[in-house]
Ligand binder design. Sequence first.
Ligand code: SF4
Length: 340
Amino acid sequence: MSIRPYRDIVRRKSRQVMVGPVPVGGGAPINVQTMTNTLTADAEATIAQIRRCEEAGVDIIRVSCPDEESTRALHKIVKASKVPIVADIHFHYKRALEAADAGAACLRINPGNIGSAERVREVVKAARDHGVSMRIGVNAGSLEKDLLEKYGQQLADACDYPLHIGVTEAGGLRTGTVKSSIGLGSLLWAGIGDTIRVSLSAEPEEEVRVGYEMLKALGLRHRGVNIISCPSCARQQYDVIRTVEALEKRVAHITTPMTVSVIGCVVNGPGEARETDIGFTGGGNDTHQVYIAGVPHHRLKDANVVDHLVELIEKKAAEIEAAKSKDSAEEADRHRTAAE
Ligand code: SF4
């Protein structure tokens, strides 16, 4: 048990399913998904959007296939994408067959609108023949009332399939983020959810960023620099808000997980710094304090706080990455020796 047991999350046990090379469930990291909103038939625009999502760290991308032009373009999209593609199918089961043929890693269908049981069987057969996984997508809004009454709402207890969770129709960037954080956050905290999508009326890459922030906040997955900062007040010894705004932009490209505290004064600075990789606390007369691994390291008089912190963060990221490569090389050596 950790020193803050109320923060511990025990994840629901689920079986593992592969979406292309990405494992979902069975203890794998919780995946962050999004969905393109370009015309799928416009392969170039869709691929450009996928690139932006890849840069934001997306694990899996869903692409809707409403017509034959879309499934034709899917061949090109699948080839160009670095992450597996889920084909989103509604109403027309033939699109599912074409998408499996086009190399989709997963078919997302809603059995309620795909037609007869025979058609559903055909889709399942196509998925099996192509080694493609399937996602059964059900929105609360599309579930018949009698089904809800008969089966209730406890799917997580009734099966061990990995679950993809999201709050649909949540709203724009700000309101949607709040609603999704409450909805997804409560489920994730209860250990439910193997893959997530934060649905926002905003660009897909924003959904990915919010998804990661949510997982970071719950301590479920770490990617990039997690900045812990105070709201600032009259005690601040430098401009916390402007510093954090600039810092967030300057370190957005770093994918190495680490925590950095940026605190206005000694009221909370030393305490927060103790739990972070790099800490920064405002001090009087320009004697700001820098902490490394929780321990006071050096003072900073210079006003150029952002440049200095970026330099420290980049150096730390390089150290962490070098240690990781060394560990993997040693691990590979051990395997080689064991095999000989
Ligand atoms: S840490 Fe200091 S500057 Fe920041 S909000 Fe608290 S008292 Fe104000």
